[in-house]
Design a protein around this ligand. Structure first.
Ligand SMILES: [Zn+2]
Length: 283
């Protein structure tokens, strides 16, 4: 059994094949956590989870890029992000569903800031405010916090800002993960020191810089979980195809290689880690 801890089968690219994609994952021995990015995709993640008796879960929350409106050109899709203000009570109600195992994805994204620099300070403040509220909600409901962090190229200010919030709010008693982390080893060790789990995806299979390999090597095996972040970030050998949860196997295979561990060991450890982190009631 493998667990794709971060999928977006709740997104538009799966509107015609969400159920069969999830069934294909379950048939391949892969459990799935679908992650929301704003209120509609969060609700959709819960709806999808309810369509399966077990093995499909939801995380609900507001992605930093949806705290302000702008045009986003992502790998395989482009869209205009919505401007949504985090509504604590609405998300709290949604998060109380038994299928919801976490809050997010939330955090900071300085990668796609608009060209007009005069807007940056205000956007960053909005992102920080939404993240802080979601941090509080995760603590209040004892749900796992799923953190998105995408820095500006060559500038790690974002990690300083994130760590500041973690330290101000206090991570004691909080279960949390940094998903799709691509910062420096120094930034990663700040999160590891505070008890973070780290979620790796297809990027490790095609990164040519050597940075991801360093990050995988330095993360202790009892704090690694796996994800696809589908439909984005398709792993080798399926580059060019739409990513899906069943492809998480390739991430596990590659990770086993880098860590010098048998595949079965990576499968066992990452599944145990994900069960512990998200408190999943799985055999
Ligand atoms: Zn995501």
């Amino acid at each position: 059994m493998l667990i794709d801890t971060h999928a977006h089968v709740n997104f538009k690219s799966f509107e015609n094949d969400a159920k069969e994609t999830l069934q294909r994952a379950l048939d391949a021995g892969v459990k799935v956590i679908n992650v929301g990015s704003q209120i509609d995709t969060s609700k959709q993640a819960v709806e999808l989870a309810k369509q399966f008796e077990s093995g499909v879960y939801a995380v609900v929350g507001l992605h930093p890029e949806h705290t302000h409106s702008q045009y986003v050109d992502e790998e395989e899709t482009s869209f205009r992000s919505r401007e949504e203000t985090f509504n604590y009570d609405e998300y709290k109600k949604l998060a109380q569903d038994e299928k919801v195992v976490g809050i997010g994805e939330c955090g900071l994204d300085y990668y796609r800031l608009p060209e007009d620099k005069s807007l940056h300070a205000r956007i960053k403040e909005k992102q920080k405010a939404a993240f802080t509220l979601q941090f509080k909600l995760a603590k209040e409901l004892n749900k796992t916090l799923v953190i998105h962090s995408r820095p500006e190229k060559g500038n790690e200010e974002l990690f300083t800002d994130l760590i500041n919030i973690l330290d101000t709010e206090g991570v004691q008693g909080l279960r949390f993960e940094v998903h799709s982390f691509t910062g420096s080893p120094e930034a990663l060790s700040q999160f590891l020191d505070r008890g973070a789990y780290v979620s790796f995806n297809g990027i490790i299979t095609f990164d040519k810089t050597g940075n991801m390999e360093k990050l995988v090597k330095m993360t202790p095996v009892d704090h690694i979980i796996l994800e696809t972040d589908c439909p984005y970030l398709t792993p080798v050998p399926h580059r060019g195809k739409k990513n899906e949860p069943s492809f998480v196997r390739h991430v596990a295979e590659y990770l086993a290689q880098v860590k010098g561990l048998p595949f079965e060991e990576v499968e066992r450890l990452t599944t145990e880690n994900a069960k512990r982190l998200f408190q999943l009631a799985l055999p």
